[in-house]
Design a protein around this ligand. Structure first.
Ligand code: MN
Length: 498
């Protein structure tokens, strides 16, 4: 399933007020709100539609707009703003039933105080400084998770923060009723990739179900020779093909086999409306190769993927792809593979047996075939490349037994200075923040998985917004992390989630 067009999503702009002020003031409130909603809708930073909704002035109007937001399929969240004072007991019943994410925009129509003309009419109209505090109180009193963005509505930084929240809301929306398929079960004896799929569905809205690998093989075996011809030609066009894989090359049959696997998995996912999948090298009966280039290209098209049965990471990769849609850079399944402990130049080499998404590639990937010492299958075809340098992050969802934890480590990817001529897989080199020792220690203390979703185009802010929408624990390892505070945070979180 390809990525949704973010412009097909709506965020509703809802302004609170009350009847006290009289029709003239309320008319002005409505006009100002329309102007703000229109400006946000037009902002080049905001990827979704921002829709003005009539100003709400009573408990009934508030309740009704929340019902409508809940039941409008493409409404992914609401932005609220109290231009005037809107007594917040009026909001209780509406907020009680709201099922969509909420952003509280704490702004004001006028940027500046009109020093020479300000009078009590102006004061009467421009009250968000205290109106939004009344609204904030009821949200806190009701323990409702939300994002608060403060600033003038024309400020680009405000647009950027709304943008980040909209993107998180799009990822969250995409998870609701999403389906992920597992071909085979978990890699035997692995702990962190396990988890409670019933709890996950209740918390996250997506389902994970299994199919026997034989069901997939049946689809792979129906792929037509002509489709394989076309896809192999496509590989030749998009990548630097190793000579042996080219037409008439000694290993061309393996390329055809890889193409057949890709077409089969793609067909299976399309027919079942799946947004991602997992496989495992321990259960590939009837498939010639471990899906390498197939998983890489399906990820590039927006599918979530996790190796060795890792459904939590498959779902997370999908969510990140939706959230980052249209932004420069990519998102991929990732694994911390091996370390470089050179003093003053500590590095993590991230990679996987095969399945790294070419959306993070720096330049044209090469398409190669090499032996794989694991799984006992034929040599798999894969894309090999280096990833781009720059700020990035690793994210993982872990099942702590009584809750899910979203753990994020901000990293700085660096350009490889060596050629790595014998490494036959796609790879990334990064430095964890705040430094290698602290970053890795914190990750391990938090129970972070070896699998992650790696993002070049999302930030800790996107991830925190997303965790808050999911109502799960969010733990960040970044430039300010120190282990003393971090350990205490984990302890206190344990108590908070008891
Ligand atoms: Mn793995």
């Amino acid at each position: 399933m390809s990525l949704p067009n973010l412009k097909s999503f709506e965020v509703w702009f809802i302004t609170g007020s009350q009847h006290l002020y009289g029709p003239e003031t309320l008319e002005q409130v409505a006009q100002h709100s329309q102007k703000i909603a229109a400006a946000l809708n037009k902002s080049k930073h905001i990827p979704v539609q921002v829709i003005f909704k009539p100003v709400v002035k009573s408990p009934e109007e508030i309740y009704n707009v929340m019902v409508a937001a809940n039941t409008t399929a493409n409404c992914i969240g609401i932005i609220t703003w109290m231009h005037t004072f809107s007594p917040a007991k009026m909001w209780i019943n509406g907020l009680k039933i709201l099922q969509k994410p909420l952003l509280h925009l704490h702004t004001q129509f006028n940027r500046d105080i009109p020093w020479n003309s300000i009078d009590m009419d102006f004061m009467n109209l421009n009250q968000s400084a205290h109106g939004d505090r009344e609204f904030g109180f009821i949200m806190s009193r009701m323990r409702i998770e939300r994002k608060v963005v403060v600033g003038h509505w024309e400020d680009e930084n405000v647009h950027q923060r709304i943008n980040n929240w909209c993107r998180a809301a799009a990822g969250w929306h995409d998870w609701q009723n999403a389906k992920f398929v597992r071909f085979g079960d978990n890699m035997r004896e692995v702990a962190v990739t396990e988890g409670d799929k019933v709890a996950a569905q209740m918390q996250f809205g997506y389902s994970v179900n299994t199919y026997g690998v034989g069901d997939l093989v049946a689809v792979i075996n129906k792929v037509k020779s002509k489709e394989i011809d076309a896809l192999c030609a496509n590989y030749d066009k998009e990548y630097k093909l190793m000579p042996s894989l080219k037409k008439n090359g000694a290993k061309h049959a393996s390329l055809r086999e890889a193409a057949k696997i890709e077409l089969g998995i793609r067909g299976f996912l399309e027919a079942g409306n799946y947004k991602g999948y997992t496989d495992t090298f321990e259960d590939l009966h009837g498939i010639a190769q471990l899906p390498g280039i197939a998983s890489q290209r399906l990820m590039a098209d927006g599918y979530g993927f996790g190796g060795e049965g890792d459904w939590k990471t498959a779902a997370l990769v999908r969510a990140l792809k939706v959230m980052g849609s249209g932004l420069q850079g990519g998102n991929s399944f990732m694994e911390d593979y091996t370390y470089h402990f050179e003093p003053k130049n500590n590095l993590v080499l991230g990679s996987h047996m095969l399945e790294i998404c070419p959306s993070i590639a720096n330049g044209k990937p090469s398409c190669e075939i090499h032996a794989l010492g694991i799984g006992g299958k034929a040599d798999p075809v894969r894309l090999v490349f280096n990833a781009g340098a720059g700020p990035a992050l690793n994210a993982t969802v872990v099942d702590m037994g009584n809750r899910f934890r979203l753990l994020v480590n901000e990293v700085t990817a660096v350009k490889p200075t060596k050629a790595l001529p014998k490494l036959p897989v796609a790879r990334v080199l990064w430095k964890p923040l705040p430094d290698m020792n602290t970053g890795c220690a914190a990750w391990i203390l938090a129970g972070g998985a070896h699998h992650t979703a790696y993002s070049q185009n999302l930030t800790a802010e996107h991830m925190q917004d997303f965790a808050e929408m999911a109502k799960i624990e969010f733990v960040l390892i970044g430039k300010d992390t120190n282990l003393y505070n971090f350990k205490n945070e984990l302890r206190w979180n344990d108590a908070a989630y008891k």
